[in-house]
Design a binder for this molecule. Structure first.
Ligand SMILES: [Zn+2]
Length: 102
């Protein structure tokens, strides 16, 4: 049996009685994508054909295309999954609003 460890709290995830959550993060540099200028206008078709040609030629040997800067995968336990959903970008809490301790 394969044991997974939560990448956030380091707890072992017992997949027999616990759900393992996999978070996949992919970061793309979309400003570098060719084919559109600042106004979103299409450049001429020939240029696009060239890009498609290029992609088809490069496609087989490399799984990750050049525009993808980062691709990561994390295993999370159910507790950390809930916490992750609350704050996926790990933003520092400024103030706690909306919850009263009365
Ligand atoms: Zn965890």
């Amino acid at each position: 049996m394969i044991h997974y460890t939560c990448d956030r709290c380091r707890k072992v995830i017992e997949t027999e009685h616990e759900t393992r959550y996999v978070v996949r993060i992919e970061v793309q540099a979309t400003s570098q994508v060719d084919g559109f200028d600042q106004e979103g206008e299409l450049v001429n078709l020939k240029a696009i054909e060239d890009i498609i040609d290029q992609l088809e030629r490069d496609g087989d040997d490399e799984e990750i295309s050049p525009e993808i800067l980062t691709r990561r995968e994390f295993d999370l336990c159910s507790k950390c999954y809930e916490a992750y959903l609350q704050n996926p970008l790990a933003i520092e809490p400024q103030t706690h609003l909306g919850f009263s301790n009365n």
